[in-house]
Ligand binder design. Structure first.
Ligand code: TRP
Length: 336
């Protein structure tokens, strides 16, 4: 098995990132052998939209600190940023010859992000999914853990791999077709102020999210002030219908405790938020405190972070080299 996944270095990691993606990465790392998991910061993807260079650099380092604090072990997983592994950009160019305009035009993320201003969107935003395909095909990924919103990009990666193999493989598979892994209890964590909006670092209200940098008091305050309704908790999941804020808090509890929403409601059904919120706050504080402590310490150790990325990049390059070379040759590009 070869597991590959990436995350954009957005900075300011929050509970949504942790429960939605990172915790799952840690679990896969712990279940698989050393070297089977590759995790990277998609910094090359980040330049597809307007950005501040200084911010991108600091977000990239901050994200490494967060990943390590959350449990990604750079000795067991290959942890790196794309920008230090030029093979990603090289393979993207080769795959640009295989990807079709029509395929990219159908990508919903492209349509959403470009909006009405397609003429003004960057070419990088359009070819973003081709770079993403290169990210995984470069390492012969068999499995790619992603959120539901990335499923279409993964299907595109499979289409590109298949067409390339067909057109240029001469009967051999140059690329492995990757399978998405979308976590069953896909923890979709919503804003604490609005149960219908995703928890997001770009929400102007800091009360809407729990940051990995929040201390115990801040976490407790945010949970206690979270928006709810006046009803007590229901005793089964059906009772959460039409109560997005209640559903979100129950979902957070279940995800954090590693149990089901039904089990949480079996315990708290009939109780009010006055009882549930302190319990949720305590659970969050207890689980996040060790992560918070490591994160705060590591994020200021720039030499350590840069060393992690450098070593990860060296391992990634060694794994990528043979596949990239095969892709060049398959296309008839002379490599001495
Ligand atoms: N596009 C992904 C996201 O926004 C991030 C990403 C980039 C990625 N390259 C990848 C995810 C390769 C999985 C595999 O979440």
């Amino acid at each position: 098995m070869r597991i590959v996944s990436g995350i954009q270095p957005t900075g300011n990691l929050h509970l949504g990132n942790y429960l939605g993606a990172i915790r799952n990465w840690v679990r896969m790392q712990d279940e698989h052998g050393a070297g089977e998991c590759l995790y990277f910061l998609a910094d090359l993807h980040a330049i597809s939209q307007p950005h501040q260079p200084a911010e991108l650099a600091s977000n990239t380092r901050e994200m490494v600190a967060a990943l390590v604090a959350c449990g990604i072990d750079p000795e067991r997983s290959v942890l790196f940023n794309q920008a230090q592994v030029s093979e990603h950009a090289q393979l993207q160019w080769l795959l640009n010859g295989t990807a079709r305009m029509g395929w990219l035009n159908r990508m919903t993320q492209w349509k959403d992000k470009a909006g009405k201003n397609r003429e003004g969107a960057s070419v990088a935003l359009f070819t973003y999914p081709v770079l993403q395909a290169a990210d995984v095909l470069l390492y012969q990924a068999t499995h790619v853990p992603v959120g539901e919103d990335q499923k279409q990009h993964l299907e595109l990666a499979r289409d590109i791999a298949q067409k390339f193999n067909n057109d240029f493989g001469a009967g051999e598979e140059v690329f492995t077709l990757p399978e998405p892994i979308i976590p069953a209890e896909a923890a979709r964590i919503m804003s604490l102020r609005d149960g219908s909006a995703k928890m997001s670092k770009s929400d102007p209200s800091d009360m809407s999210r729990i940051n990995l940098t929040d201390d115990a008091d801040t976490i407790m305050t945010k949970v206690k002030k979270a928006k709810t309704d006046p009803e007590p908790l229901p005793s089964d999941k059906g009772g959460l219908d039409g109560r997005p804020e209640a559903a979100n808090l129950v979902g957070i509890y279940a995800a954090m405790a590693g149990t089901s929403q039904a089990a949480v409601l079996a315990e708290f059904g009939g109780k009010g938020f006055g009882a549930f919120k302190p319990a949720l706050g305590e659970l969050l504080v207890e689980s996040l405190a060790p992560i918070n402590a490591r994160f705060i310490e590591l994020r200021q150790d720039r030499p350590a972070l840069d060393a992690i990325l450098r070593q990860g990049a060296a391992k990634a390059r060694a794994l990528a080299g043979p596949t990239l070379d095969r892709a060049y040759r398959a296309l008839g590009l002379v490599r001495g």
